[in-house]
Design a binder for this molecule. Structure first.
Ligand SMILES: [Zn+2]
Length: 339
């Protein structure tokens, strides 16, 4: 897999402002955060649901977490409503994916942030630009790398570690609690990662054709091959010539299934499936959590386990190692998910 950036690089970019939070009040005039005798809970704002879940697993019941990107929306083109400005203005820490996924949200946040508030770009803290992947859906000339680091378990674990470090510094009274929450989450990520590595060895041809191009870093980690993604960078349908090429490619590769996305129903992918005689599995998701808020599977872990089992089984592999991973939120998940 691609190597992760070391902890030293992370600390510098992320934490200076958060540190300041612990010794002063915020602009709303409420009590100082922990460290000054009286304490109040950190207000954390996040963006897409899997990142909200990762941060919520680290925060547990020690801080308040509010996600602002509704599930089942296109997070790549999401424009926050004016009401989001209020939530952002009250945040102590805003956790975003970065890699330019949430530019409109960051723009809205800038200028409205409280004095000590901090934006933490989890993806940018996890890998450097030399590890960015550009591809069909995220072409280099448009300057936006593929942002889906969280579908790769070791990178998701690093998101959690960066988040834990920010919370420990911003709320030092509860540092041990955040650390323990992180360690419990990290152990589950490792378990899922090992199970996926085992399951991968049973897949005759771990080749992926997806609609939405969310598995580039996942594929690099597990040695899967992304044979293509249908969705062009404008989020419109591909041309008839591109569709014809993909049908030829699917036939040549001999894969038994191709994958669509819950968030982006695709008649084109259904057509490719029909015309190339392979099964079209339309249930993968990259930022829409399964189940309902409050249920264990409504979590990053539930999401990835579901996707991995779907991929492995649809391609003729044995998913029993993944099915043996129990899904739970490793810390009480009190995040607010927008509907
Ligand atoms: Zn996506």
């Amino acid at each position: 897999m691609a190597s992760l950036r070391g902890p030293r690089l992370l600390g510098v970019t992320v934490l200076a402002g958060v540190l300041a939070v612990s010794c002063g009040g915020d602009e709303t005039g409420s009590a100082p955060l922990s460290g000054g005798g009286q304490s109040r809970r950190l207000r954390l704002v996040t963006t897409v649901a899997p990142i909200t879940s990762i941060v919520a697993n680290v925060a547990g019941d020690l801080a308040d977490v509010t996600g602002i990107v509704p599930e089942a929306t296109n997070s790549h083109t999401y424009e926050p409503p004016p009401s989001a400005a209020k939530v952002l203005a009250k945040a102590d820490v805003i956790f975003v994916n970065g890699l330019k996924l949430e530019d409109p949200i960051q723009q809205l946040a800038e200028g409205r942030l409280g004095k000590q508030a901090q934006i933490v770009e989890l993806g940018d803290a996890t890998i450097g630009s030399e590890e960015h992947i550009y591809d069909f859906s995220f072409p280099k000339e448009q300057g936006k790398p593929n942002p889906h680091l969280w579908t790769n378990p070791p990178m998701a674990k690093e998101y959690a570690r960066v988040a834990a470090e920010a919370l420990e510094r911003g709320d030092p009274v509860h540092a041990a609690g955040y650390r323990a929450n992180y360690q419990r989450f990290a152990a589950k990520v490792d378990e899922l990662d090992a199970a996926m590595a085992r399951a991968t060895r049973t897949v005759p041809k771990p080749h992926l054709l997806t609609y939405h191009d969310a598995y580039a870093y996942f594929a690099r980690h597990y040695g899967w091959k992304v044979i293509g993604a249908i969705q062009v960078s404008s989020f419109e349908d591909p041309t008839p010539k591109e569709v014809a090429d993909l049908i030829g490619q699917v036939k040549a590769e001999g894969v038994p299934a191709i994958f669509g996305s819950e968030v982006f129903p695709s008649s084109v992918l259904a057509q490719i499936g029909r015309e190339s005689g392979v099964r079209y599995v339309d249930v993968l998701r990259d930022d829409d959590l399964p189940g309902e808020p409050g249920q264990p599977e409504h979590s990053w872990l539930g999401l990835m386990r579901f996707d991995f089992i779907t991929m492995v089984k649809s391609l003729g592999g044995d998913a029993s190692a993944l099915e043996a991973v129990t899904v739970e939120n490793t810390a009480p998940d009190r995040a607010t998910y927008p509907q």
